[in-house]
Design a protein around this ligand. Sequence first.
Ligand code: GLN
Length: 266
Amino acid sequence: MKLSIAWLYPDLMSTYGDRGNIIVLTRRCQWRGIETRATQVTLETPARELAHCDLIFMGGAQDRQQKLVGEDFLKRKGPVVKDMVEKGIPALFVCAAYQFVGHYYKPYRGEKIAGAGIFDLYTEHPGDQAKRMIGNVVAELISSLSSRVRSDGDAISFGEIASSMTPRNDNTIVGFENHGGRTYLGPKIKPLAKVIKGFGNNGEDGHEGAVYKNAIGSYFHGPLLPKNPYIADWLIGKALEVKYGKEIPLAELDDTLEWQAHDSIL
Ligand code: GLN
């Protein structure tokens, strides 16, 4: 088996160890004998090179880098990503990328940056005096709110998958957040998790991240996947399912170290 991973804007959008997500996806595939290739998609890469990929990752960035990427994502890569997400290709969008897949991001200074409108959400930075949302964060996946549809049409919940992948039946997700933007979800998208400690989407409604089809948006850096390995396996599992047209069980791995990292944040 083979998986091709698209890593969007690795040179401009990769903060707080986001690159670790690619390392984790690649290694967890290799340990199971699944061949992987991560394609670095930069401003110069033609958007069509994305289209053959089986899994998408895009990380965080400061406002300056976000402005540099804005037009390319809106006009070139974003529409291709939208099409792929609509077809069920799994994706992980962290922080600035999560803001980019919404309708727009209003930065702390300057014009709104239009997003690709893949997720029904928008993000606004409230201005100079706004408190940055920064620190280690813990949330709990909201399984009942994140019903998903398998390729065979059966509804299945993200939380169910997560707990079946989690040896200790734990639905917590941990990470590190640092953002000024506040994200608000529209009616067509569900939150990923409920914040236990930290800020999450906006520090007001108690939610963190969002799920749409097989795509996840989250504010969690740190990076996300090494400390929450079951999310990595959920993405890999979905990528295989979509590519090969059937559910492919993943061999269990020894995640002792990963859970130690998770627990130290908890
Ligand atoms: N520029 C965005 C904000 O501060 C995203 C920051 C990030 O990706 N860490 O809201």
